[in-house]
Design a protein around this ligand. Structure first.
Ligand code: SAM
Length: 411
């Protein structure tokens, strides 16, 4: 039986005293948060302890859930609380609901310090019902994959992080319910994002990746021998830590390379404050409707332009032209208001369920003008011979756009 067990020990809480000492107040809070989380209450029991040596007694209680239980104990004299939530994930994945319940109760106690732990229970190697997970392409269309194992489920400071495993994809990273990268198909996206611009630049030495905490784009970039420093700025340190531990087959340890400078922070702020210049800037971010939203605006594109060295270029992914035509048109015309050349291209990305648009934007660089021989020569000079998607013939093909996509772009 697979399940997720979450515990939290709260110290020096500054929440309302009533929830420490009054079983009715605590019961009301726990019932309300359980209902908000979408878990199902089947019973509950509460006991208030008597006063002891002039100090009020605490409360112990449990909520029985159809999915398992919530148990809580308060220590008013110390401002402390112990909390545990267990959900089984037999017929449904209740992990997100359990996280929400725990977070709601923690917020009410307002602790100064928290110690959290989680245990994924059950035999992870035992065959289990595959989980069929869907992802939206737009409000009308969805696609999905079957995952046979759930390796990790964790609420970070910024997003819900999951590691899943499927036969076709291998280990797969999902953030806030959106598929990010997967062991067996990451080469489509990461090679597609990095090499068209990096190969077109005659001598890229300093590069910046915003987002990309999985390290896959960084690994591709470091294949270019001329790169002396690659700075990666991801807002979520947990994505970086989990990727270093579990996604080595994607990043091959690039996050620890001596040429890599890994920063945990907001990409928009980094670009505003840095005095460095970069030959190439890659936006390897979550989609516009996520914490990365402010990084898909003309003001931010302008800030990126300021950090580009002479002859430099920025690379961005734009979405799926068939499913998100308005987004492609909006982003490409905003980019065109800042950069002289918007070199749009595209490729099919299995994990994103669609043909996907990207663009190299620059006042100078025009990668589509690089011929097959020139790409081949640079691949040889740079000793890059371990690619699974990109090659000298594919380079030009990436920039050959179908008519429906061309029509979405600025003339
Ligand atoms: N290839 C992926 C995709 O398009 O689905 C992107 C993968 S990468 C893991 C996306 C990263 O962007 C995440 O690790 C997330 O933490 C990071 N991110 C989101 N907003 C950010 C911001 N404002 N600054 C820096 N990184 C950010």
């Amino acid at each position: 039986m697979q399940g997720l067990h979450l515990t939290a020990d709260l110290y020096q809480c500054t929440g309302d005293l009533s929830i420490f000492v009054d079983e009715n107040a605590l019961a009301a809070l726990c019932r309300q948060q359980t209902e908000l989380s979408g878990l199902t209450i089947v019973g509950d029991k509460w006991v208030t302890f008597p006063e002891y040596q002039g100090e009020p007694g605490g409360v112990t209680g449990a909520v029985l859930l159809a999915e398992s239980h919530l148990a809580i104990h308060t220590w008013p004299e110390r401002g402390g609380v112990t909390l545990d939530v267990y959900v089984c994930n037999f017929s449904d994945d209740n992990s997100g609901k359990a996280q929400q319940l725990l977070d709601g109760i923690i917020a009410a106690f307002n602790p100064t310090q928290i110690q959290r732990n989680q245990l994924i229970r059950g035999d992870q190697d035992a065959p289990s019902e595959p989980e069929l997970l869907w992802e939206n392409l737009n409000p009308n269309s969805v696609y999905g994959f079957r995952f046979t194992r759930r390796l990790l489920s964790k609420q970070t400071a910024f997003q819900q992080l999951e590691l899943l495993e499927s036969a076709d994809l291998g280990k797969t990273l999902r953030l806030d319910g959106c598929l990010m990268t997967a062991e067996k198909e990451e080469f489509f996206y990461h090679e597609g994002l990095i090499h068209p611009a990096a190969m077109a630049h005659p001598n890229p030495r300093h590069a910046l990746i915003l987002g990309g905490g999985d390290g896959g784009a960084l690994e591709e970039l470091l294949k270019h021998k001329s790169i002396e420093s690659a700075t990666l700025v991801d807002i979520d340190g947990d994505v970086i830590a989990v990727s270093k531990e579990h996604l080595l087959s994607i990043n091959k340890g690039a996050l620890d390379s001596p040429r890599a400078n890994v920063v945990v922070g907001d990409g928009a702020q980094f670009v505003k404050e840095t005095e460095q210049k970069f030959d190439l800037v890659f936006l390897d971010l979550t989609d516009p409707e996520t914490p990365a939203g402010p990084l898909y605006t003309p003001a931010f594109f302008q800030d990126c332009k300021k950090v580009l060295a002479e002859g430099g270029a920025m690379v961005i992914h734009l979405g799926a032209p068939f499913y998100e035509p308005e987004q492609i048109t909006r982003l490409s015309s905003e980019l065109n208001s800042v950069f002289k050349h918007v070199n749009a291209y595209g490729l099919h990305i299995p994990l994103y369920g669609a043909y996907w648009a990207m663009a190299v934007v620059s006042d100078h660089l025009q990668p589509a003008q690089l011929g097959v021989e020139q790409v081949q020569q640079r691949l040889v000079e740079r000793e890059i011979d371990d690619l699974q998607y990109y090659n000298s013939a594919v380079h030009g093909a990436l920039f050959a756009l179908p008519n429906y996509y061309q029509k979405l772009l600025p003339r």
